[in-house]
Design a protein around this ligand. Structure first.
Ligand code: MSP
Length: 738
């Protein structure tokens, strides 16, 4: 039996799932369902990438072990896949891979050993030990060369990643290297001999240009003392493997490479090579490093690598948490049918290019293409069959003696005109699908919807029904429409698995349970016109895609967004204007480093409220004993307290108490905030941490740096040790504390 293996990238276990992740799942799921329809035994793999410094840091910030952190994120990915019907229970992925699995450690170690034993095409050792010095971006999990980072604006500060705009880590340590430079020619030969190895073509050209530009050897390990959460290097446990080496290998360890149990359960021998679906941002790892590792290990190359573009917001900006323009999966799930989201994602993004995702466009497409398009074609066809043909699929045949009569109505008596059109559209649809041109494939399918819709409107079945002599003409029109629907169910099943099965059921063709004749199991290329049996009793006709009330839904979504991510309204506020702001603690004069954190002993202007032991009613009365300086609620509301996320944190030369932070409080640009906590907090500990920020404090300069806000911290003990106030639940940046 033929087999097929498709993979998504494995998702970093430091952030919760978002639209980008959902999209790669939808694409892979569509491909897998199409292959399964063709009767090909298909294995669809997804999972999480759980090692490395970034996960380690996220875990530390959250007060979890790295494994607990991964478990936490995995639970959200599993929730997403279940809710969007992408998991095994709904006919989606076959396996959720986790790189923290012991069998993965075994497999990766085996790959490493094989590479370490091998010689490069130039006769050198493929792995060698050396010393690495350079800059590393933890969120990218990638070493950055000079043209890949922004030089610091201040002396002594680290450069920043061009993608994440966060400071890079300086790495200077012994490391194992993979001799990538020896593989350039072999890689170029691979791309030449297999022009469809990387798709689409534009991306293929990009990869070739990168390799032609020259390859540098790749550092593939870190000292355990720097990164402990990773797979140990075989025979040298003082080193852990570079996370991308470990992550890429998941594609083979999941199915049995280096582990007999997995081999028996799935089968590397059976399924490899895979088709890798990736975002264009991680193409280099898949199309350059991974093939080189596999060459070195003597493992067959992947079936191919297809790279999709990125979702950007309706104004063309890249979606990011910092800009607050990401799409909330809960909102999507609440307001839109899953199949509408699938359809929109595949129709709107021209595969390989970036696509714009906006709720308005999603509503428009759902209403026009699904409610008025496919949904309407289905319900009008079925309603007319129930009304004019007693709920049974009529015969499509017009007998010789009725041909003339039929012709007079304008109905084409030659059935092959419409069937020929649809057969041709089917072939085109499949060609596009095989080339991953989802948008074009769907355009083709919708040309069928439009054509048959017009056929019905032109034939006016409601008029034909009035004339007993035109019964066969009416039957032919309805049959053609119903048969078209059957074909559309099969063609569109991989894209819209729920709606197509629903139409199938309404057509009277049974539901998926226990019926081998379901759209899930019919090869679209085997469809034959006319196989819809005359007399089939149709099922109950139900609306498929109710029209979405645009203004109501948009209002509901933006109402929720204000709670979820107040970024939009915060963004529109100007930077605090010093004139109408209350004076800073310490009035901004004689500012000391301790001023930079609320709660430190010097800034504490008020007496702490007494503990509420033995509270009585009297305690609740303003002015009660022990409370010396009440403020009015209006005083309190003058303080604009916001949730912020620490994006960067660094020490300041010659200021041993101060940390320089950039904090995202939901505004267009992150704030720069100085905090007198350097003696108590390592900068790395703060990255990604959610904190409380006084946002309307008059900006002031400390040690030559402007501080544009203040973070809140408890002051503990005699020395006033700061303990930063934080949140135990997930809160959006910019949310107001009140
Ligand atoms: N862990 C690595 C992949 C290792 S594979 C051996 C990784 N993880 S990721 O979670 O950051 O990204 C996973 C996938 O989501 C990537 O293919 C990426 O392109 C995709 N997307 C993330 N944001 C996206 C958009 N805004 N739009 C479309 N896809 C995007 O990279």
């Amino acid at each position: 039996m033929k087999t097929f293996y498709v993979t998504t990238p494995i998702y970093y276990a430091n952030t919760l799932p978002h639209l980008g992740h959902l999209y790669t799942m939808i694409v892979a799921d569509t491909i897998a369902r199409h292959k399964r329809q063709q009767g090909i035994e298909t294995f669809f793999l997804t999972g999480t990438d759980e090692h490395g410094i970034n996960i380690e840091r996220a875990a530390e910030l959250a007060g979890r072990t790295p494994k607990e952190q991964a478990d936490y994120v995995v639970s959200y990915f599993k929730k997403m896949t279940a809710e969007f019907r992408l998991d095994t229970d709904h006919g989606g992925f076959d396996m959720f891979m986790r790189t923290s699995e012991p069998f993965h450690y075994e497999g990766v170690s085996e790959l490493w050993r094989r590479i370490a034993k091998s010689k490069t095409p130039k006769g050198n050792e493929a792995i060698y030990k050396g010393h690495y010095e350079g800059w590393f971006c933890a969120p990218c999990a990638e070493y950055k060369t000079e043209d890949e980072y922004a030089k610091p604006t201040e002396a002594g500060a680290p450069p920043t990643c061009l993608i994440h705009e966060t400071p890079l880590d300086r790495v200077a340590e012994d490391s194992y290297f993979f001799r990538l430079s020896d593989y350039a020619e072999a890689l170029l030969e691979l791309y030449e001999s297999r022009p469809d190895f990387v798709q689409p073509e534009s991306r293929n050209n990009e990869v070739k240009a990168f390799v032609r530009g020259g390859l540098q050897d790749l550092s593939v390990s870190r000292l355990r003392t720097s990164v402990s959460w990773g797979v140990p290097v075989p025979d040298d446990p003082e080193h852990t493997m570079y996370v991308w080496f470990d992550a890429l290998t998941n594609y083979i360890t999941a199915i049995g490479f280096g582990n007999q149990e997995r081999e028996t359960a799935v089968g590397f021998e059976k399924f490899w090579p895979a088709l890798h679906l990736v975002g264009k941002d991680i193409l280099r790892f898949h199309a350059v490093y991974w093939p080189a590792f596999l060459m070195a290990a003597g493992v067959e190359q992947p079936r191919g690598i297809i790279a999709h573009g990125m979702w950007v917001d309706p104004t063309g900006r890249k979606m990011s948490k910092t800009l607050g323009n990401t799409i909330d999966l809960d909102v999507l799930n609440r307001h839109f049918p899953i199949d509408a989201i699938r359809y929109f994602s595949l129709r709107e993004m021209v595969f390989g290019q970036d696509g714009r995702f906006g709720y308005e466009a999603l509503i428009d497409r759902t209403n026009s293409d699904l409610a008025s398009g496919l949904g309407n074609l289905s319900s009008r066809t079925l309603t007319m069959i129930s009304r004019y043909s007693d709920g049974r699929v009529p015969s499509g045949v017009i007998s010789e003696d009725k041909l003339l009569l039929a012709k007079r109505t304008g109905v084409d008596t030659d059935e092959t005109t419409v069937s020929g059109f649809i057969e041709h559209a089917r072939d085109q649809f499949l060609q596009h699908l095989e080339a991953y041109a989802f948008s074009k494939a769907l355009e083709t399918a919708w040309s069928v919807v439009a054509r048959v819709d017009k056929m019905i409107s032109d034939a006016k079945p409601w008029e034909l029904a009035k004339d007993e002599n035109q019964k066969q003409t009416l039957g032919a029109v309805l049959y053609r429409a119903a048969e078209t629907l059957r074909w559309l169910c099969v063609l569109l099943y991989p894209v819209m698995p729920t709606a197509t099965v629903e139409i199938w059921t309404q057509l009277g063709l049974g539901n998926s349970a226990g019926n081998s004749q379901t759209p899930a199991k019919i090869d679209p290329s085997s469809l034959k016109w006319g196989e819809l049996a005359e007399g089939t009793a149709i099922g109950e006709v139900k609306p498929l895609f109710p029209r979405i009330d645009k203004s109501k839904t948009l209002a509901e979504i933006s109402g929720r967004d204000q709670v979820q991510s107040p970024a939009s309204h915060v963004q529109s506020r100007a930077m605090p204007d010093s004139a109408d702001r209350p004076p800073a603690p310490g009035s901004g004069q004689h500012a000391t480093e301790a001023d930079a954190v609320a709660g430190s002993p010097i800034t504490r202007e008020t007496q702490p409220a007494p503990p509420m032991h033995h509270a009585t009613e009297a305690d609740a009365v303003p002015g009660a004993e022990g409370v010396t300086n009440f403020i009015d609620i209006t005083d309190f509301t003058k303080v604009d307290l916001r949730v912020g996320e620490v994006l960067t944190a660094q020490r300041i030369p010659k200021a041993d108490k101060l940390l320089l932070l950039t904090v995202d409080i939901g505004e267009e640009k992150p704030r720069q905030i100085l905090a007198g906590i350097a003696q108590y907090y390592e900068p790395e500990r703060l990255l990604g941490r959610k904190i409380a920020v006084v946002a309307n404090l008059k900006p002031r300069k400390l040690r030559g740096y402007e501080s544009q806000g203040m973070l809140l911290a408890a002051s503990v003990g005699d020395e006033g040790k700061p303990v930063i106030a934080t949140f135990t639940e997930d809160v959006p940046n910019g949310a107001r504390l009140k």
